[in-house]
Design a protein around this ligand. Structure first.
Ligand code: NAD
Length: 490
């Protein structure tokens, strides 16, 4: 039986190859859905539909107010189904239900934020000589390919779809192959609200096929990618062949700096939240804790005590505080890094193993893990593990803390905990990262720009900055006197 869960040119279709993929619940290994598995040819068809819709369809004629209406309708329908979407997200991704509910609410807010922005003034005029009226207008970038990771399957998708639609672009989106379910369901809503054919297209499949087609096709004007830095490098190289615009939201190894004068309980709490939320599968996770040396004797035992109390289990259960990793492969990667850390000479303070009791042996559960006695050159300090593994580094001076904090190739996020306001500001300004906090970790808002310095990415998502990424800039010079220039004598 053909399974039609790709959405191309306003129609539900199955992959031309007829191939299918099992979608698995990471908490117990059970197959929860079978979806169609698209490939290059399906992506090419979707790209052509998006190109035609952008160049010739009704879409370019639609006004900002109509695009805003569309986004509002999607938000309204999604709002009626928060619980259903959250459960599906947890089933597919494994994250605790309360985190999934937060994600879906975030997606709704993103649609509303960009619906509002679509109709706000854009462009400027200039006062120039020579009887010219000079102005700058903003126009949509065009056809956009969007490639999504598995750690926030819906939210990462909607923070790309909403600004693109607000700007007037057309879209082909590819979820991570492991986590397509909530995005498929969002497209049911998109279909219901009557989006013009070809404006929003959903193609399922692998990065090497569908993702590559989006990055390489000359018919695509921009590729927006969230995922690992290695994949980002590949996409940037591929996109270079057609001088495509790229937006890259990549990995991190973010420092969380705690000074001795910080509020102890708050700093311990956020150090745990910083690394163990979403099982550590967060690009902006505080995966390096930088502790002032005088805190070591008190802070580390308290962190270890509390880390061991975190309730790990199936995300569907109310009591669960940390769920499974997304796949067996990801779990093995994390367990391999734990071995690397031990072999490098770091001290394993807690965790460090796969959880096999209480029926969790069927899922991909790793205990919250903390390493002490690290050195800056260790791989567990330098490389993104993307799991519940924290590396603790220690420092004596403010300058040393800053040097350690900036001592990786990444620059996504960072935090400082201190009760000294001046020191907090001094240090945070020195951190080479795009997302930072003082005396908290993780809260971010759709209104503010999201993105990284250094090898953590290019460009910004969210807020007005994220909108800009989907807009081109055109100058228009209008003569106020209809007369020849007189430049040539004859
Ligand atoms: P990944 O790079 O393996 O895959 C991400 C997406 O890219 C998937 O849809 C995948 O199919 C696709 N892809 C893979 N190879 C491709 C190729 N050659 N061409 C085109 N597309 C390709 O990443 P992941 O394992 O899904 O996600 C984890 C990574 O994402 C982590 O490194 C994490 O830090 C990063 N991430 C970053 C942010 C951010 O905002 N900066 C947010 C979430 C995740």
């Amino acid at each position: 039986m053909a399974i039609e869960n790709m959405y191309i040119n306003g129609k539900w279709v199955s992959a031309m190859s007829g191939e299918m993929r099992d979608i698995v619940n990471p908490a117990n290994g059970e197959v929860i859905a079978v979806v169609t598995e698209g490939s290059n040819a399906d992506a090419a068809a979707a790209i052509q539909a998006a190109r035609t819709a952008f160049d010739q369809g009704a879409w370019p004629e639609m006004h900002a107010r109509e695009r805003a209406d569309l986004l509002h309708k999607i938000a309204d329908r999604l709002e009626q189904r928060v619980e259903e979407f959250a459960k599906l997200e947890t089933l597919n991704n494994g994250k605790p239900l309360r985190e999934a509910e937060y994600d879906i609410t975030d997606s709704i807010n993103q649609f509303r934020y960009y619906a509002g922005l679509a109709t706000k003034p854009h462009g400027v005029t200039y006062d120039v000589p020579d009887q010219i009226q000079a102005m700058v207008v903003r126009e949509p970038v065009g056809v956009v390919g969007q490639i999504i990771p598995w750690n926030y399957p819906l939210v990462m998708a909607t923070q790309k779809i909403a600004p693109a639609i607000a700007a007037g672009c057309t879209v082909i989106i590819k979820p991570a192959e492991q986590t397509p379910l909530t995005l498929i369901r969002l497209f049911e809503i998109i279909d219901e609200v009557g989006c013009p054919p070809g404006v929003l297209n959903l193609v399922l499949g692998l990065g090497a096929t569908v993702g590559h087609e989006l990055a390489s096709s000359p018919l695509v004007d921009k590729v927006a990618f969230t995922g690992g830095t290695e994949t980002g490098i590949k996409i940037m190289k591929t996109a270079a062949e057609t001088i495509k615009k790229v937006g890259l939201e990549l990995g991190g190894k973010s420092p969380n700096i705690v000074f001795a004068d910080a509020d102890f309980d708050t700093a311990v709490d956020y150090a745990l939240f910083g690394i163990f939320a979403n099982q550590g599968q967060v690009c902006s996770a505080g995966s390096r804790l930088l502790l002032e040396e005088s805190l070591v004797e008190t802070f580390i035992p308290e962190m270890v005590r509390r880390a061991q109390l975190i309730e790990v289990g199936d995300g569907m259960q109310e009591t669960t505080e940390m769920g499974p990793l997304i796949s067996e492969r990801q779990m093995q990667r994390v367990l391999d890094y734990i071995e690397i850390g031990k072999n490098e000479g770091a001290t394993l303070l807690c965790g460090g193993y796969r959880i096999m009791d209480n029926g969790l042996d069927r899922g991909n559960f790793v205990a919250p893990t903390i390493f002490g006695d690290t050195t800056p050159d260790m791989r567990i300090v330098q490389e993104e593990i993307f799991g519940p593994v924290l590396a603790i580094q220690t420092f004596r001076t403010e300058a040393e803390a800053i040097a350690l904090a900036n001592g990786t190739k990444f620059g996504l996020a960072g935090a400082v905990f201190t009760s000294d306001v001046a020191k907090a500001h001094r240090v945070i300004r020195k951190i080479r990262a795009g997302i930072t906090w003082i005396n908290t970790y993780h809260p971010t808002f759709n209104e503010a720009p999201w993105g990284g310095y250094k090898q953590s990415g290019i460009g910004r998502e969210l807020g007005t900055y994220g909108f800009e990424e989907y807009l081109e800039t055109k100058q228009i010079n209008v003569s106020l006197q209809t007369a020849p220039s007189g430049w040539f004598r004859h």
